[in-house]
Design a protein around this ligand. Structure first.
Ligand code: DGL
Length: 271
């Protein structure tokens, strides 16, 4: 049996596309629906209660579209809303994500791990819990980098000015002697060229997106919900912001020509 129902992914903006591309690479037959809540971007500086309302509304929309599984492809949304959303929709498998401290802890030689993330993720209980569980005896240096979200939303320009912003955020991590830098925001993989150039060869950059894609596969396999059709799956994109702008930036980031549809919230869905 092949389950044609789509997988839904959500983020505040273009960041979750870094997760979508991994899901697509691992599960090419799956149909995908992506929601960017750009009307409420950034989530990384928002109140957690607001984010919970947004994630709930997007999840209802994705369920209405027939999704069989949801990926919360945003660290800040997970920090604020993963447990809440799972409790609201107990029959819906929801794959979340957390900063990849565990693999970084397994690989570090210097004993110093850097994490770049946003305020919401840093302040969340999930972050404290992964540090507590996986980084015992190690030093974790966290840098909150709100401007990197905006750089990705501008299509990750390959400019000197952009590189200087990245370098500025990474300087304290380098000074602390990190040999692992965990990407604690799904927007940041799109800045990989800058991150690599600034950090050089000796520092590993850890992106949790491939592990998230493997978790999606495990969950679908476990329920016998995989789409094992031989045809390439489809992908549809929705934004609560400007669809043309989303399509243009997504093309800049991924090289894929896409079109996006407008997602309109009812007045009572806006917190
Ligand atoms: N992409 C989101 C994340 O992974 C955050 C971006 C934002 O601040 O909205 O946390």
């Amino acid at each position: 049996m092949s389950d044609q129902r789509p997988i839904g992914l959500l983020d505040s903006g273009v960041g979750g596309l870094s997760v979508l591309r991994e899901v697509r690479a691992l599960l090419p037959a799956e149909n995908l629906l992506y929601v960017a809540d750009q009307a409420h971007l950034p989530y990384g500086t928002r109140d957690q209660r607001e984010i919970r309302v947004y994630v709930e509304n997007i999840t209802r929309f994705l369920i209405g579209q027939g999704c069989k599984l949801i990926v919360i492809a945003c660290n800040a949304a997970n920090a604020a809303a993963l447990h809440h959303t799972r409790a609201l929709f107990p029959d819906l498998p929801i794959v979340g994500m957390e900063p990849a401290i565990k693999p970084a802890a397994a690989r570090t030689r210097s004993g110093v791990i850097g994490v770049i993330t946003t305020q919401t993720t840093y302040q969340g209980a999930l972050y404290a819990s992964v540090v507590d569980r996986f980084a015992q005896g190690l030093r974790v240096v966290t840098q909150v980098c709100p401007d990197l979200v905006w750089l990705a939303e501008q299509g990750a320009p390959q400019t000197e000015a952009a590189r200087a912003i990245v370098a500025n955020y990474l300087a304290p991590l380098q000074a602390a002697g990190v040999d692992q830098v965990v990407l604690g925001c799904t927007h940041f993989p799109f800045l990989l060229a800058h991150l690599r150039a600034v950090l050089g060869e000796g520092v590993e950059i850890v992106d949790p997106a491939p592990a998230v894609a493997r978790q999606v596969r495990r969950v679908l396999e476990g329920r016998a919900w995989l789409n094992d059709s031989a045809a390439q799956g489809t992908a549809a994109y929705f934004t609560s912001g400007d669809p043309q702008r989303f399509a243009q930036i997504a093309y800049q980031l991924t090289g894929e020509p896409i079109s996006a549809e407008q997602l309109c919230w009812q007045a009572d869905q806006l917190a």
